[in-house]
Design a protein around this ligand. Sequence first.
Ligand code: HEC
Length: 499
Amino acid sequence: MKHTHASRLRLFAARVLLATAGCSGAPGGDQSTVPGTGTSSTGGVRGASVSGSGADHAPGITAGTGGARGVGTAAGTPAGTPAGTTASTGVGVSAVPGTTSDVPCDVAAVLQSRCSDCHGATPKFGAPMSLTVAADFNKRTKDASMTVGQAVIARINDDAHPMPQAPAARLTAGESATLTVWINAGAKPSACSPTTGVSGGGGASVGAMGAPAGTDTVALDPDVTCYELKAHDPSSKSTRYNVPTTPDLYHCFSFAPPWGTDKVHMVDWKPLIDNDKVIHHWILYNDAGTVTDGADADCSGAHPSAQMVTGWAPGGQGSALPKDVGQDVSGKGFTLEIHYNNTTSTPQPDASGARVCVTKKLRPNEAGIHWLGTEGIVLPAGGKASGVCKPTTQTPVTILSSTPHMHLQGRHMTTVITRANGKTDMLIDKPFEFASQVSYPTPQSINPGDTLTTTCEYGGPAFYGQGTKQEMCYNFVLAYPNGGLASGSLLRKNGCTGL
Ligand code: HEC
């Protein structure tokens, strides 16, 4: 498939590109090489079915079911159901895929477009239960404290940890009322006739991570080689990691650069999702310090020497950079931090991770991760912290993506560009959820004299620090030329934070 520069840029913008900072984790890991595959034909990127009525972007979460399924398996075989073959339009649907629905049509439409990626007939991505038939709502929650229906009402109104979770948009008032009225009336079964279909509402439409259908196999240049960085058992790289039943487990796997010491550019990456029952989300970090190849350990918290390279949350598709751009990944190694939520009663094997494609034929433009935000965080509950980046560069800078990074109290981030003439442009304005961090395509050009103000909003009291109970406020911005967004700070390369 040939792409013009412009179409590649669009393609890039339509897929998610990831880059962030943070996990030093523990050494560990397994990598398998897939040299010279030439194409990224893993079935990894299935089109997120373009559905929904265009509500605000929910990268990583698609309205239909196509997106979340569209991730490749660790075995490299296509696991995706081609976009469009699933009931993914969210309009007038009579059933959540795989079930005979006995919930009213309008309720079914909301469940399908906003919940079924995770709470389908077989729960996925760490979700503890199904939300497909009326009886599901009258069961007790896992902790037996209330009915699932009551929990649904609680969580769709829970500003700290809403369902669906960020990066998905919150339910609209209409969607919320549809669920609430039906649940409060006893969540009774009722026939749904497809002809009385109700609009799925402003579902989580295809967002930043959604790839247009049909872009699932993008030819890679012959000089590009792909490597797999995957979860594995400490004993052997070919044995899957045994995920314990610990709730909300963060486990890190470490890898030396599989391509050795040569300088490379990363040009493409894909999620490899193996056991979708238990994987909730992952982040790939590039470590400035040496890592021990093959090591693994529980990890949650400080990742002081690392930059986020990319991240995945359900529905995420992976991303290709524009043809003339390559991402700097010259750290000393990688940490794959996987967030598991094994709600089954037994340990579950998993070999999820990332396929990272690199070239030694360096691209004309090198993109790097830049640190925007602030370290000046001393706030009471509900406070906001801002930092202004004043780049010292005298050349224009092209921004590709933004990856908000805060800790447990982080709720929302914006970065606003103030042009030299005083006008402003919004670079990013997104809700934040620690448990599903992703990046967003945010194409923008920055010219000399422009400044970028990043503002972070927190739920509880917030103090700057490395631990998860302390707070951060970074927008990891992927941009070229590498170093283009820097304020001359001696603290760190590509630092552009402010007070
Ligand atoms: C991207 C995946 C995903 C989507 C989409 C999603 N959920 Fe969840 N949900 C989860 C996960 C993972 C958990 C467990 C972690 C937690 O409680 O935050 C969960 C937990 C819940 C719980 C708490 C259950 C308990 O036992 O306490 C409720 C209620 C819930 N979800 C309702 C919904 C509803 C309603 C929707 C749609 C409007 C929705 N979820 C959409 C992943 C998802």
